[in-house]
Design a binder for this molecule. Structure first.
Ligand code: FDM
Length: 212
């Protein structure tokens, strides 16, 4: 066990469909926590900067084709390659705001028809988030937001399946925020739940592993 006098950071994960507003909310939350004087960093999955991440990126932009199982395992490997760095940061007191995590991994792959337990298996042993925030929007509403880009999964029919997968994956610990509220209202709700989580981690809540 590590030094308990040194408060650890929190692992905060934002999830949701494409165009739910995750990315802008994660940067707002970053500024908020930083402004309060917390040590905080943000990151996203997939992390396209690594060599695994580059394979994922070329798959997503339809430049390469991969079997559904193969790409699933690459997304997982992309989290595993960041695991020890993430743990070190948390233990050194840095809070991490993460845009997509294992829940995206399971939701998107099981939306293709892969078995959910098979999808969850490679995530076992990754760091469990201290907080999962789901920015809730219907696929139809999300699609109205200026339309999707050209990436592989950015299609209404597929997003509907992803929404169902997220729904069967979520549990009572998730904070679900209505992503159709005004940006500032979402920001406020997020600040409240995130700050509460950061405080719990500072007070000694221990790090746990997937799937808790
Ligand atoms: N995605 C993301 C997955 O299918 N599995 C995963 O494990 C992760 C992290 O990749 F459509 C999907 C979700 C999204 C796409 O994500 C790229 P960003 O947030 O648009 O970069």
């Amino acid at each position: 066990n590590h030094n308990t006098n040194n408060p650890r950071g929190a692992l905060i994960v934002l999830e949701g469909l494409d165009r739910c507003g995750k990315t802008s909310q994660s940067s707002r939350l970053f500024s908020y926590l930083e402004g309060l004087g917390h040590s905080v960093e943000s990151c996203r999955f997939p992390d396209r900067t690594t060599s695994v991440g580059q394979m994922i990126s070329s798959y997503l932009s339809n430049e390469s084709q991969l079997d559904d199982h193969t790409i699933h395992l690459l997304f997982s490997a992309n989290r595993w390659e960041k695991r020890s760095l993430m743990e070190a940061k948390l233990r050194s007191g840095t809070t991490l705001i993460v845009d997509r995590y294992s829940y995206s991994g399971v939701a998107f792959s099981s939306a293709k028809g892969l078995d959910i337990e098979w999808c969850k298996a490679p995530e076992i042993g990754l760091l469990a988030p201290d907080l999962v925030v789901y920015l809730d929007i219907t696929p139809e509403k999300a699609a109205e937001r200026g339309g999707y880009g050209a990436e592989r999964y950015e299609k209404l029919e597929f997003q509907k399946k992803v929404a169902q997968s997220y729904y069967s994956l979520h549990d009572a610990s998730w904070k679900i925020i209505d992503a159709t509220l005004p940006i500032e209202d979402i920001e406020k709700q997020l600040q409240e739940v995130a700050l509460d989580c950061v405080k719990k981690c500072q007070k000694g809540k221990s790090i746990s592993l997937l799937w808790p």
